[in-house]
Ligand binder design. Structure first.
Ligand code: GMT
Length: 388
């Protein structure tokens, strides 16, 4: 742990998305290391747990009949300024640049010499999708240039931020990866190489007991290409008995359900909502499918690897930095569901091979992505920022 204890503000979206999850896990981790952490969001973040060093500050966004869009950005800026003043924050760490970096900039203007150091962590679509929109890019760029520190979870996103947001090389962007709590996400101790009984998830498929289980976990946004998941599963099912678990909620879920019904695969597919335990479902699973169109990192894939579940993913964005092709999973071009199905079949049809991949996946999670190691990187980074 660093010698000093800091007052750290963390701004995030409170939902199940990866940026909010990482923001909260960083906050919880820093609190355990002795820092005072103030989480600012419109609702308690989903991964927030009670801890004496963690305080939650709700951002209220008043509405008014005149407003078609209540001004979240300025409500957040005012809350940030208030929390900074009341709790003498040393560092404000904002997650997802749009619009959080802009709110942090406004708060700093309000606070003048009382302003804390501001660090923004870019997460993905805040650069690759939303950040490049012409309505947002100039102001996001201005706010990022004003930050004391910038981080990304992958080299891919670092490079993309320099290019797409036109950030000069003189402005350092530090890569600090996402992490996983390997004590929380671990392989099922009872599994011992045998597929667990998941018949309770598939009440209409009594014949499939023991057949391999594929899993997809996401927010079902278009960028996740959930119809490719269905396509891969359909191709796999033609050649090998299998079942599919679709975990999460989002806009493309109804279409995925419809496609599965149309294909006559409903009895072999289970849809679980966000209230389900991700760890428990991963522990049941044999292979994770993540055929995203883009992915700055792929936190869901990391959680799978940590549970000893090999990942079949698209060869895009930060995924090649995470998934080691032919060792912890397989990578295939975006949209190439035939290659993804072949890779999945290789794993599920050869249980010994799958077990080798599962061991390598767990080992990799422990070696490269372990929570305490990454938290140390954040502490050192904040120390450097506070010294400048
Ligand atoms: O960028 C997003 O779509 C939002 C974000 C989220 O809140 O879900 O996801 C991004 O951040 C995660 C945490 O750093 C990464 O694991 C995801 O790969 C990334 N999503 C994309 O780049 C599409």
């Amino acid at each position: 742990m660093s010698s000093a204890s800091w007052n750290i503000g963390i701004v995030c979206y409170p939902t199940f998305g990866g940026s909010g999850v990482m923001a909260t896990e960083i906050g919880m981790g820093l609190a355990e290391l002795g820092h005072k952490v103030h989480l600012l969001a419109t609702a308690p973040p989903v991964r927030m747990r009670p801890h004496p060093n963690v305080m939650f500050h709700q951002v209220h966004v008043p509405s008014y009949p005149l407003f078609q869009y209540p001004p979240y950005s300025i409500a957040l800026a005012s809350t940030i300024a208030e929390v900074c003043r009341s709790h003498k924050l040393d560092i404000l760490h904002v997650h997802y640049a749009v619009p959080h970096a802009v709110s942090a900039y406004l708060a700093s203007q309000m606070l003048g010499s009382e302003a804390p150091k501001v660090v923004t962590t870019l997460h993905g679509t805040d650069v690759t999708r939303v950040g490049v929109e012409t309505s947002y890019q100039p102001i996001i760029r201005m706010a990022l240039m004003a930050c004391d520190g910038l981080t990304t979870p992958s080299e891919f996103l670092q490079e993309t931020a320099y290019q797409e947001l036109d950030i000069p090389e003189s402005k350092a962007i530090q890569v600090i990866p996402n992490f996983v709590n390997t004590e929380q996400f671990f392989p099922s101790p009872s599994r011992n190489g045998k597929p667990p009984d998941v018949s309770h998830l598939f009440p209409n498929d009594p014949d499939g007991n023991g057949s391999p289980l594929l899993i997809h976990v996401s927010n079902f946004r278009p960028v996740k290409r959930v119809l490719d998941v269905v396509d891969v599963f359909a191709k796999v099912s033609q050649q090998h008995p299998a079942r599919l678990l679709m975990l999460g909620e989002g806009p493309d879920r109804p279409e995925a359900m419809k496609r599965i019904n149309d294909l006559g695969l409903a009895s072999k597919v289970c849809f679980a909502d966000n209230s389900s335990s991700v760890v428990e479902h991963l522990q049941f699973s044999d292979v994770m499918l993540l055929p995203s169109e883009t992915e700055s990192f792929g936190l869901a894939a990391l959680e799978a690897l940590s549970c000893g579940v090999p990942v079949v993913a698209s060869d895009v964005g930060g995924l090649p930095e995470l998934v080691q092709h032919s060792t912890t999973g397989f990578l295939a071009p975006v949209g190439d569901t035939t290659k993804m199905a072949e890779a999945t079949l290789q794993l599920i049809s050869q249980p010994k091979r799958r077990t080798q991949f599962a061991r390598a996946a767990r080992q990799d999670a422990l070696q490269r992505w372990e929570r305490s190691r990454v938290l140390q990187q954040y502490e050192s980074y904040f120390e450097t920022i506070l010294e400048t």
